[in-house]
Write a protein that binds this ligand. Structure first.
Ligand code: PLP
Length: 473
């Protein structure tokens, strides 16, 4: 039996500080003492850190070793007041950003594009995160196709498992997003289904390396050929895998080619704030050539406030984030990234094997650093209920119901964490069996979406949650 029910554990998970620390509806009339503020925030930070430092949280906290973070915070403080776009005053920003892009491009085999076309040079920009990288690339395909092919009703095609940032781009920029279902048993998109969905308005197709739900790599080689045959864009979303798959491949794991070595790949996204181990708030978007990148840029030559030009959808950006991202990359170096990848894969391999040995649980696809599983016999949402009572935070997947654990550095810091996870999973499976025929607490939200009506209900719930998030209590 779980130690507590979900309700007991999370009375109000989003507002635990209500009544404990003073709430502010307005700016306080008199400022507070720095010491006092710092002490209050330290309390929050320490309590929140305790939730993941035990290694029980999937993803989210990628490096987070105190020493690494302290170094980045120190670097951040040198440039925290700097605006990246003020390059004339702070030329360090141009150095950092150009080098971040170049270093990212090099691990994703930018050198390979010259062999296909000597005139191509991989280039890109730094953005505020994976979402901005993705929506920028989709804007590029829309504008490129309009300008160079006259397409006025652009469409992109993506596997259903590709990140919602693509849907966001579609929503923001008026691009139709065509979803291709990802079928059992291997949970990867069928390239033939993608090819069949291409029409005269298709501006780009999408693949992930790996995708968020299962961490799996789409059949990118086939998708690359399809993109070339139709002369359309092909974006590989490496937000999650871009800064770890290159090292996993070097470690000798069997990883299919996922980057600019594929001749059809025209853009990629890779998140420095995930496995790049930078502070939160940066990512890189890369293009096969400068002609594509040009469509990301924006300018207003006749703005009364001066000639305006901007590389991405952000305006001002933090020089601190740029500097600390650069510092993370050169501090770790290939050696540091390889070491991290090795440690992560050691834990991930153990978890994968342990799950494979539990007869009721089915691994999804060929996992690497994200391990996802489902079950034909028990309700994995019951398993999740149980794991929550043990302090674990899995990511809940739906359609079909499944769970995943994304291994990051915190797991490598806690000896025996994989065994602990597997032991608890065994108990979770027993718990799920004992609850057979009842509705899991996790099902209250997950397991609802799917039909048009139920999606509408979920939408209202989610927007209610956002309203609540922005409510002062
Ligand atoms: C995290 C992620 C994104 C989006 O990145 P954000 O940094 O959260 O905006 C896109 N694709 C994949 C596969 C991801 O894991």
């Amino acid at each position: 039996m779980p130690d507590q029910t979900i309700e007991e554990q999370n009375i109000d998970p989003f507002k635990p500080y209500k009544g404990r620390f003073k709430s502010y509806h307005q700016i306080p009339e008199k400022g507070r003492a720095q010491k006092d503020i710092f002490s209050e925030l330290s309390t929050m930070s320490e309590e929140e850190n305790a939730k993941w430092k035990n290694g029980k949280v999937s993803g989210t906290f990628y490096h987070a070793a105190d020493e690494h973070r302290a170094f980045l915070n120190n670097v951040f403080s040198l440039f925290s007041h700097v605006n990246v776009i003020q390059a004339d005053l702070c030329p360090s920003m141009s150095k950092f950003e150009s080098e971040i892009v170049s270093m990212a491009a090099s691990i994703l085999h930018a050198d390979a594009v010259k062999k296909v076309n000597p005139e191509d040079t991989v280039c890109g920009t730094v953005t505020s995160g994976g979402t901005e990288s993705i929506i920028m690339a989709m804007k590029v395909y829309r504008d490129h196709a309009y300008k160079e092919k006259g397409i006025t009703a652009p469409e992109i095609i993506k596997p259903k498992t590709a990140h919602p940032a693509f849907d966001k781009a579609g929503g923001y920029f008026g691009i139709k997003v065509v979803d291709i279902p990802v079928e059992l048993p291997d949970f990867r998109v069928d390239p033939n289904a993608v090819a069949s969905a291409i029409n005269k308005n298709t501006v780009a197709i999408i693949g992930s390396a790996g995708n968020y739900p299962y961490g799996l790599i789409d059949p990118l080689e086939e998708l690359s050929e399809i993109a070339l045959a139709h002369d359309i864009g092909f974006h590989v979303d490496g937000c999650l895998g871009g800064f770890i798959l290159p090292w996993i491949e070097k470690l000798g794991y069997n990883i299919p080619i996922f980057d600019f070595r594929l001749p059809g790949v025209t853009s990629m996204s890779a998140d420095t704030h995930k496995y790049g181990f930078g502070l939160k708030g940066t990512s890189v978007v890369l293009y096969r050539n400068k002609n594509l990148r040009k469509y990301q840029y924006f300018n207003v030559p006749d703005f009364p406030g001066g000639i305006y030009v901007s590389p991405s959808s952000s305006g001002s950006r933090s020089g601190g984030l740029t500097a600390s991202t650069w510092a993370s990359m050169v501090y770790l170096g290939e050696e540091g990234y390889m070491k991290a990848a090795r440690e992560i894969m050691t834990v991930a391999d153990k978890i994968k094997q342990g799950i494979d040995d539990i007869p009721e649980l089915l691994l999804i696809g060929e996992p690497t650093f994200v391990i996802s599983f489902r079950s034909k016999e028990i309700d994995v949402f019951h398993v999740n209920d149980f794991m929550k009572t043990k302090g674990w935070r899995f990511n809940v997947l739906q359609l079909p119901p499944a769970l995943h654990f994304c291994v990051t550095m915190p797991q490598t810091q806690v000896p025996g964490i994989a065994d602990q996870l597997i032991n608890d999973l065994h108990s979770g499976v027993e718990y799920a069996k004992s609850k057979s025929g009842t509705v899991a607490e996790t099902t209250a939200l997950y397991g609802m979406a799917g039909t048009v009506e139920s999606n509408q209900m979920v939408s209202e719930l989610l927007y209610g949650y956002l309203d609540y998030f922005y409510t002062v209590v």
